[in-house]
Structure formats: structure tokens, C-alpha cells
Design a protein around this ligand. Sequence first.
Ligand SMILES: [Zn+2]
Ligand SMILES: [Zn+2]
Length: 556
Amino acid sequence: MSSTLRILPLGGLGEIGKNMTVVEQDGRIVVVDVGLRFPTPEMVGIDLVLPDFSYLRERAKDIEAIVVTHGHEDHLGALPWVLRELGAEGHLPPVYGGALTIAMARSKLDEHKLRDVSLNEVAITDTLELGPFSLELVHMTHSIPDSSAVALGTERGTVLITGDYKFDQTPVDGAPADVSRLAELGREGVLLLCGDSTNVDRPGFSPSESVVGPHLEEVFARCEGRIVVTSFASNIHRVQQVVDAAAALDRKVVLVGRSMRKNVGIGRTLGHIEVPDGLLVGPREIEDFPDERMVIISTGSQGEPLSALRRMAYRDHRQVQLRQGDTVVFSATPIPGNERAVNETIDRLYHIGCDVITTSDAPVHASGHGYAEEVKLMLNLTKPRYVMPFHGDFKRLRLHAQLAEAVGMAPEDIFQGENGLPLEINERGARFGKPEQAGMIFVDGVEIGDMADVALRDRRMLSADGIFIVVVTIAEQDGRSVVDPEVIFRGVPFLDQADELSDEIRATVDASLQRAAKEELREVDLLQQMLHDDLAKLVYDRLKRRPMVLPVVVEV
Ligand SMILES: [Zn+2]
Ligand SMILES: [Zn+2]
């Protein structure tokens, strides 16, 4: 047999985010994870970053399946875009994953109106045949339920992609990682292990998720006013622990933020979260209860611009007006790149007079990724022939390689890869092959772009499509537009349509302002962002061009 097994990472190496790996044998492909990354502050006007998946577009007809390890955005978030593009090539591959992962995929695809996709729940006991591959999911613990490692059986041996994991011995749902299955796979022979490197730089073992609950309760017990806890909406076990701590101290719970309500809804349906009757109250009822009886669970732990917490911090939230005496608990740490936005949010909270508790004040968070000893445990359990560290910047990939050496692997069996570099394994052994196209693609609204550099992108937008400046003057008291918006454009092609377009722009500005008034959105930055998104969409609809759109809001 001369066929070569290829493992091609298209994202997730040399970075934390947008995980995507192509496993290829006999011309057939299984894709493991389809993740995205959130833009850095310099990526002005960019909503999301996806891996460049041109390779898959060209090979659309060869894809047997997409397998998703768990429901986090950096593993699942690109699914709608990838499926839309592959569907356009006429090949819509089926998607496989655990029950919660599939439920989250379904909700995402519904939002994108992608309804003809075959979504398949895989039980932990299943072994599926996908063309020349066999597929098995191995239960792992992580900061979202239904996380699994993916074991792909191939003619050359088993490829084990761990997904994100920690070895939590006391997980909140009582289901630790399936170490016996991992060991069994190791005995049967793992050809290649592709493992999570996120926390390889932390010595020892990660603390269990279940230690967070008692600490939250301790913190809550000291609070006299309202408590706002912010965490990832997908961290369903964390939400459970906040609910339990609130119940223990006789406080009611309010869920704030769309994704928080959505995920808790999905989690309750699947039995991952239990809420005592009468504990949850609606956001409108917040003021009906005394401050010391209230816990608000909110999105926004990463300082995301339009998130609930950020809006509360800017006194811009419809239902929650924070005040002196309230305590905000950050039950999460910032993902690298989000520190600035988080710090800004925290400072705004202090300005209002809130107390803020972060992980540096109390152990109110536990990472979902195993530390160095857990990475070694994974290596020792599975005893792989080859290792390729995944899910980390280059420093962490290197540290992971050093851990593999520390447990006795030969340096030549450890492959420190990068996005686009395929590892090829045949009867002669394993080596890196010729690089394939990889990188980032940007999503601006719902459209995909491919320019690699934002400054360059801005200049290109200016030179190719010109600029629209829309000056909106609003009254400070009520946010209403006081004079007609002023529309200025320079260098925009199709100027013959300009008059008509100016009218439409004014109408769009009015509609946006009305929407903002209805949502009581008053902060100028947020207003400008909303105007930008609405106007950019209008201009693109009409001109099929992307001039730079600069809304300027002036308060008088
Ligand atoms: Zn991840
Ligand atoms: Zn994850």
C-alpha cells in the first residue's frame, strides 16, 4: 500500500483561534473543526476572522465529513461560512459531533438560514465509517459539555486530535475524561497525536472546575448589593455553579445577553443545567427585588463592544443600570488580544462605583485547558508514534514539543508545524510536505474578503471605492437627529447614482437612529458602529462596492 496520509492544519497553529485541520487519505478528506477568531482592535471594520479554506473549496467533492470536537467558536464558529461556500460548489458535507455541539451548530446554521445540512449526533459508543476513515469520539472534560477528542482510524493507523481538554477528576457533571479509552487507543497504537497546547506553560495540574463554585459562594456572601457575574455563555457548568451559589444565598438569578439566554436554553433542554423552580426571573423584574437578593449572569467577559456587560459599564443597557454597591465578578480571563477591551470595561465599572472581582482577587475561574502535567499524561496514555502540537502560539507549540521529549519521545518524531504545512505519513515515515495556501480571511458583515492587511485594506478601499462620510447631529437629551444628516463622498465611482443614494442614506440613518432609540442605545461609539454597519450594507447593496464608510455622530 503506497497511499500517503496527510494531516494539513489550516488554522490553530502559531495562534490561539480558528482551528481547522484536514485529514486526507486515498483522495478523501475529513475536516476536524471549523473555527474562527475574533478580530484584534486594529482590524477596523472586520467582524470575524476565518481560516483561509481555499484548499477545501477546490476539494469540495472529496470531503466525506466535517467533525467538530466541541461547541466553542474557535472550533465551530466558521461552520456557516464554510458550508455556504462548499454548498455553492454543489457539495454540502455532513457534520458530526456530540449532542450539544450539534445543537449549537444547528442554532448557528438556522441564523444563517442554512437548512439543508445533515447534522449528526455521535454517541460516545459509536464507531462510524466515513469513506476510508473510521470515526470515534472520546469524551473529554473542558469548559463546555460534550467535548471530545476525535480518533480517526486510517489505513496507516489512528490519528488522535484531542480538541480542547483538561483532565478534570471532579467535573461538575460527574463525567471525567475517558482515560481508559485513551489508554486502550494507546495500546492499539496511535500513529499521530495532535494535542492542545494552550496551557503547556503552566506547571502542574489545572484546578478542577468544581472548585470554582465554593469560591463564588464565598465572594457572593461578602456582597451586600447586586452581583453581576460575567462568563462565557457556553460555559454551562460555570453558569450552573453561579446558579447554585445564588440559590444557596437565597438570591434570584437573571440572565442577560442574547447568547447567554440562548445557550442556557439549549443546555437546559439537553439536561446539562438544572435551575430550581422560581429561581430565574426576567430582566424586567430586576428592580422588583431588593439588591441583596439579585444575581445577574451576563455576557461580555471579553469586553466585546456590543455585549451586555460593556453596555452596562457605559450606562447604556436597557434593563440593568449599575450603581454604587453593585459587585461585578469576572468569572473568566481575557483571551489574548482582548485585555485592553476588558480593562476599559473594568475601569468604567469603577467609574460608576461598582466593586470588581477578577481572578487576581479570588479563584473565581478555572481554565478549561490542561496544564503541563496533563499534557504529559495525554502523551503517556496514548503513546503516539508521532506528535504534532496543536492549539497554541509558536512558543507553546515548542514547549509542548519539549514535554513530548521529556516523556521520552525522540525529537525526530515530534513535528512543530504551522498553518498550511501538511504532515505526510507513508511507509517511509513522517515528514512535512509542500505548503498549501493558508492564512486569514475576513468577514465584514456577512461578506467574505481576503485582504491580509487592514491598513492596506483601508487604503485599497479608499483608492478603489472612495469614502463616504455621514455626519449625524443628534440632540443630547433624546438622541434624535436635529438636522438632516450630511452626506459627503469622495472618489466614489457611480456618482450618477449619488443623489438617489444620498436620500437612501438619510433614510437609513433615520431608521438606525430610531432603532437605537428603541434599544436605548446612547453611547456615541456604539451608535457610530451601528450606523457604520447599516450604511456599509446599504452602500454595498446599491453599488456592489465597499467604499470606506465613516459615520460621525455629533451631540448637541
Ligand atoms: Zn479552542
Ligand atoms: Zn474550547
